[in-house]
Design a protein around this ligand. Structure first.
Ligand SMILES: Nc1nc2c(ncn2[C@@H]2O[C@H](COP(=O)(O)OP(=O)(O)OP(=O)(O)O)[C@@H](O)[C@H]2O)c(=O)[nH]1
Ligand SMILES: [Mg+2]
Length: 430
């Protein structure tokens, strides 16, 4: 089997994680006690990717819930699905980090690190053939960013042949934590799926017409997205059926280590919450900027690679055909001259509440805009050394900040360089 362990870190990481489990237990026909509601092979054939079977008839999520304060995890325990999780997999501390990366990474985070690694080791030993780890966290607070990256670096040492995929929520502010965390993700994460809270707020306001938007609204969108991106892992599928295959299909420059984040960063677009009328409309929606999860202008870059994940009842012939038509009309969206850089996979089990739906994951050079935004804001406060003492007091060195700035700048240059090659090739073809 090809098991995955989900690591939920900090308030945001756990709130998203819980929504994800709520969503997928329903898709796999499991109730809040871990028991099957309906036995049917199409829903349960690949259950062991995300669940451990216990006592022969209960299915328990393979996850670890971690926080340096207790409130969020107490809420999880008290929620409808609280009993679903293994009690030993909750690991918490008191007091939080006051939004400080250094406390999560160096001081308080270190106090719980061994306990967390023990619980993970236990899970790995119980797995038949672990494919990798997924991480949900935000880059804004101190736990998701600081402890999240500490854990990633330790796990990379112990399980270097596994795939590490993160669902990383980018905040509207909190530039120190964000920039330092991005620097760690460049180093230790195989695929970083970037979710921008700013873009989520826009989807809630403009598309879903919601008022008084709260985290739950944002997390509903994220969990629908995670359900879409993991469907090829959870249900029988030919394409993108493992984290490694997703990496192979989406990440172009694995062997050239300078291009780390090019390899690591995947921007997201998603079609969701719309009952689909036909395939053409669905494909259109998948590429519609209004549905994208990063607040960037996609027209200012090109997709190097992409994966379209369709759910529902489709004719494969029709899908391939319509996609070809779409790409003929929109050839400027994709880098030319790269064979098979857009792949299509199809899952017959529909997403909750939808007949047909689709999720698009794309690796685009336009994501450099997001890093430019982070870099500029980060440099503006670093130049004044504002708030730096809070980090230095917890054992961080100023050099770490300088290095993070340089690495993000290098990353932006890499993206820039590839954009220029794409533009040049496009001109030559015209
Ligand atoms: N989308 C989303 N964003 C969240 C959620 N909770 C917090 N955030 C964002 O995440 C950032 C703060 O991170 P938290 O997850 O609260 O912090 P933490 O990881 O628990 O770290 P501490 O600072 O130690 O509390 C802010 O930018 C929030 O806007 C959530 O449930 N959903
Ligand atoms: Mg917190």
């Amino acid at each position: 089997m090809r098991e995955i362990i989900l690591l939920q870190i900090g308030q945001c990481g756990n709130q998203i994680g819980i929504k994800f489990w709520e969503e997928i237990v329903q898709e796999h026909r499991i109730d809040e006690n871990g028991q099957l509601i309906q036995q049917d092979l199409q829903f349960q054939q690949n259950l062991d990717v995300y669940f451990n079977e216990v006592d022969g008839n209960r299915y328990i999520p393979r996850n670890v819930l971690i926080d340096l304060e207790s409130e969020t995890l107490d809420n999880v325990r008290a929620s409808k699905y609280g009993k679903l999780f293994r009690p030993d997999n909750f690991i918490q501390n008191q007091g939080g980090t006051c939004n400080n990366f250094a406390i999560g990474h160096y001081t308080k985070g270190n106090e719980i690190l061994n306990k967390v690694l023990d619980v993970i080791r236990h899970q790995v030993e119980n797995a038949d053939c672990l494919q990798g780890f997924q991480l949900t966290h935000s880059l804004g607070g101190g736990t998701g960013s600081g402890f999240g990256t500490l854990l990633l670096s330790k796990l990379q040492e112990d399980y270097f042949d596994k795939i590490f995929q993160s669902y990383s929520v980018f905040p509207l502010e909190e530039y120190y934590n964000t920039a330092i965390t991005v620097n760690h993700l460049i180093e230790n994460c195989s695929q970083c799926i970037s979710i921008d809270n700013e873009a989520l707020y826009k989807i809630c306001m403009n598309k879903l017409k919601l008022k008084n938007i709260c985290y739950e609204d944002l997390n509903n969108i994220i969990s629908a997205l995670m359900s879409g991106t993991t469907c090829s892992l959870r249900f029988p599928n030919q394409l993108n059926s493992s984290l490694r295959q997703l990496s192979v299909n989406l990440i172009l420059f694995k062997s050239i280590n300078l291009l780390y984040l090019f390899r690591d960063c995947i921007s997201l677009q998603l079609h969701m919450l719309l009952q689909l009328l036909n395939t053409v409309y669905l494909i259109d929606q998948m590429f519609d900027p209004q549905n994208q999860f990063c607040a960037i202008h996609c027209k200012q870059g090109r997709y190097q690679t992409g994966a379209c994940l369709f759910r529902g009842q489709f004719s494969s012939f029709e899908l391939e055909n319509q996609m070809m038509q779409f790409l003929k009309k929109n050839h400027q969206k994709l880098v030319q001259n790269l064979p098979n850089n857009l792949n299509i996979s199809q899952c017959n089990v529909s997403q909750k509440g939808l007949v047909n739906s689709g999720t698009f994951i794309g690796n685009t050079t336009a994501i450099k805009q997001m890093f430019k935004r982070i870099y500029n804001n980060f440099q503006a406060i670093l130049k004044r050394k504002a708030f730096l003492h809070w980090y230095i007091n917890e054992g961080m060195d100023e050099l770490e900040f300088i290095e993070a700035g340089q690495n993000i700048q290098n990353l932006i240059s890499e993206y820039q360089q590839y954009s220029e090659i794409d533009d040049y090739e496009e001109e030559q073809q015209e």
